[in-house]
Design a protein around this ligand. Structure first.
Ligand SMILES: [Zn+2]
Ligand SMILES: [Zn+2]
Length: 346
């Protein structure tokens, strides 16, 4: 089968991956499944993997097939598989978990003591076929296109996970701020709008992104390119600040907003990454504010997100590309020239 593989870490996205012929994966465990990949989302994390940014955090052996946002049709199942059947369309939770460690029993899939992460630690979905396990597969309802939904396997679930944590702390009348209405932010905003009664403010330097935010349910917009974000948010929240902030950018400049815009006792959820958190400890003590990290999400949260998609509450803008165009997609995403989410259709 054809697969897009990384042989060497590089900053040159033009030639990041090579398309080659490799053996099709086969089921090698009782709970294993093989999925014929219909859609595999290209993600900023793929650019980071290409650059070698994940080597400190996860075990990686090259060459490796990238692609962790996968959906398609089950074509082979292990002897012990009962939750999915051949021919079923599924979206794949990004990690293969063991099911028996304490984290798995708590439902915290991402903390599994024995997990594999296709596209980050094992071969992923930028290929015709993907090996994963039945615990990762979320069956798709009729009428949900696996190509359109693929990016929800990581981008969507990550945004939903952060939004769900925020919503659990948001009462009607409270304020939420969404920083960055891009690939993840526009999903997080819709999740907030669909599941909370908070007043939502979107912050983005692009006017087009702010228009999209308004269309998707934001009550207020702030452009930090032309307005002072802290002053505007103070005015919108009557001086009280926002109880919950979802930071889909995670740059120094956005994490630095927390002491100025988060209400007392509130949270600044860091979803995007690349920058640092540099605020004085005293600012956290004075406002009793917290920075909270976000790592993908639970299997059950992917099910909930699929339900929101089926209801039409969360729409995702996608553009489709062939496997052979993958380095072009990598380069264009790096340059900020991809609209919505790019999906590879191997
Ligand atoms: Zn991703
Ligand atoms: Zn486990």
């Amino acid at each position: 089968m054809q697969a897009a593989r990384l042989h060497e870490y590089t900053d040159e996205m033009d030639a990041a991956l090579s398309i080659e012929e490799i053996d099709r994966p086969v089921v090698d465990a009782a709970d294993g499944i093989v999925v014929e990949v219909e859609g595999a989302g290209w993600c900023q994390t793929d650019n980071h993997v290409v650059e070698g940014m994940w080597t400190e955090y996860v075990p990686q052996e090259l060459p490796m097939t990238l692609g962790h946002e996968n959906a398609g049709t089950v074509v082979e199942t292990g002897d012990g598989v009962s939750a999915v059947a051949e021919g079923q369309q599924v979206i794949c939770h990004p990690v293969m978990t063991c099911g028996i460690c304490r984290s798995c029993r708590l439902g915290e899939d991402m903390y599994c003591a024995d997990l594999a992460f296709p596209g980050l630690t094992t071969d992923g979905g930028f290929a015709e076929y993907l090996r994963t396990n039945e615990r990762a597969a979320v069956p798709l309802p009729d009428g949900v296109d696996p190509i359109d939904i693929a990016p929800h396997a990581d981008a969507g679930i990550t945004a939903y996970h952060a939004a769900k944590k925020a919503v659990s702390e948001l009462n009607p009348g409270d304020h939420a701020v969404v920083i960055g209405v891009g690939g993840l932010g526009h999903i997080g905003l819709q999740c907030l709008a669909a599941t909370s009664a908070a007043e939502i403010t979107a912050l983005d330097p692009k006017e087009g992104a702010l228009d999209l935010a308004t269309e998707l349910g934001a009550h207020h917009t702030v452009n930090p390119g032309s307005e002072d974000a802290a002053t505007e948010i103070e005015a919108i929240t009557d001086g009280g600040g926002a109880q919950q902030v979802l930071d889909f950018v995670g740059a120094d400049a956005t994490t630095a907003l927390a002491p100025e815009i988060v209400a007392a006792g509130g949270d600044h959820h860091v979803v995007g990454y690349g920058g640092h958190v540099h605020e004085p400890a005293q600012a956290l003590v004075d406002g009793e504010l917290s920075y909270r990290g976000t790592l993908v999400g639970r299997y059950t949260e992917l099910q909930e997100l699929v339900a929101l998609v089926e209801r039409g509450d969360v729409e995702l803008r996608t553009s489709r590309y062939e496997l052979g165009e993958i380095n072009d997609v990598a380069r264009r995403l790096e340059a900020g020239a991809i609209e919505g989410r790019a999906v590879i259709t191997p």
